[in-house]
Design a protein around this ligand. Structure first.
Ligand code: COA
Ligand code: ZN
Length: 311
């Protein structure tokens, strides 16, 4: 008789850390500007639900993403919790300076795997972004700041099609070698499939431990949970998701929200993987989002449990 339990634990991580990116990736693609106090209330709800990593805002050009113009005010209003890491996304030196000035100690530095996406999103070449990464990672060491680097369009680019996996592997290796604490591969367009996810993470896991890698999926084609399973099977332990499934990317046409946090937690709960997150409290946060978004959150778990079904 096969010991089912031993098979499961030899493949799946026992614990997963979730970064909720709703306050940044989620809100930046919404058509309304949410007042700062409501952003803080949203973040407070995530903290109350047990989320320990939160991408709270971004220090980018306010003309590029008007929703993030109040980044410094958001940071000032963050619930003070020693056990929660608040991350801010930055694209360049000016973002780094602004974030540190506001009091941020955890950064997400963003760059792309492809030239077209980097030009559209950041108005610079990939080589320029890599040079910025090298400079800022050196500064971060001196400033005692944690930096995760997100590689957007790591699987499929909206402008160039399939991304070359060897290029992403080389970029990840270099970023980790020059001091990134962690590299996150982002399926910005939501067009990746589980096989691509498995191949890329399997290749990276040959040389990097699980604490150095993270995954960020969008659910454009409903593949986010399937892609999560593929990554989990390669031992990935760090996942981004967005409360209620809020989100998208303004520079990646047609892409929709991230993996809904409720659906990710539900999956992990069902599989016996620990997250420390209370699902019902997550749904309370989605209830709050519904009050200002005017939309039903796309999360399947939310819809299945909080929306009255017609019989
Ligand atoms: N925050 C605020 N202002 C910034 C900034 C930042 N991080 N970086 C640059 N600026 C300002 C400069 O100070 C300069 O201001 P000035 O005209 O008053 O002197 C102006 O922007 C132009 O600077 P430049 O370096 O030439 O920037 P750019 O116009 O080429 O824009 C980015 C580059 C990266 C700042 C911009 O494309 C951007 O913010 N992109 C982020 C998009 C995003 O958030 N996408 C979703 C997340 S993945
Ligand atoms: Zn994203």
């Amino acid at each position: 008789m096969v010991e089912l339990d031993s098979i499961k634990t030899s493949v799946w991580p026992e614990r997963v850390t979730i970064m909720d990116v709703g306050p940044r990736d989620g809100l930046q693609n919404e058509p309304y500007i949410l007042p700062t106090e409501k952003k803080i209330r949203l973040i407070q709800g995530l903290v109350d639900a047990g989320i320990k990593w939160i991408e709270a805002t971004s220090f980018v050009h306010p003309k590029a993403v008007p929703q993030m113009a109040d980044a410094a005010e958001v940071v000032t209003g963050l619930p003070r919790r020693g056990d929660v890491r608040y991350f801010a996304l930055i694209p360049n030196d000016k973002g780094y300076d602004r974030a540190l000035q506001a009091g941020i100690k955890h950064l997400v530095l963003v760059l792309s795997a492809t030239e077209s996406m980097n030009q559209k999103n950041l108005n610079m070449s990939v080589a320029q972004s890599m040079a910025i990464a090298e400079r800022l990672l050196a500064r971060a060491r001196g400033d005692d700041v944690m930096v995760r680097v997100d590689i957007s369009v790591a699987f499929v680019c909206a402008y160039e099609g399939l991304t070359d996996p060897n290029q992403v592997i080389a970029q990840t290796n270099e970023l980790l070698a020059i001091g990134a604490h962690q590299v996150c591969l982002a399926d910005t367009t939501g067009r990746a499939n589980p096989q691509q996810i498995a191949e890329l993470f399997s290749a990276l896991r040959r040389t990097h431990t699980a604490d150095r890698l993270a995954a960020h999926f969008h659910n454009t084609f409903g593949m986010a949970v399937a892609n999560t399973v593929a990554a989990l099977q390669q031992g990935v332990m760090f996942f981004d998701s967005s409360i209620g499934g809020l989100g998208g990317c303004p520079y990646s046409p047609g892409s929709t929200g991230n993996t809904p946090t409720e659906d990710l937690v539900y999956l992990l709960d069902q599989m016996g993987v620990e997250t420390g997150i209370a699902l019902e409290k997550l749904c309370d946060v989605s209830d709050f989002i519904k009050t200002f978004s005017g939309k039903l959150p796309p999360s399947a778990f939310y819809r299945a449990t909080r929306v009255k079904q017609a019989s």
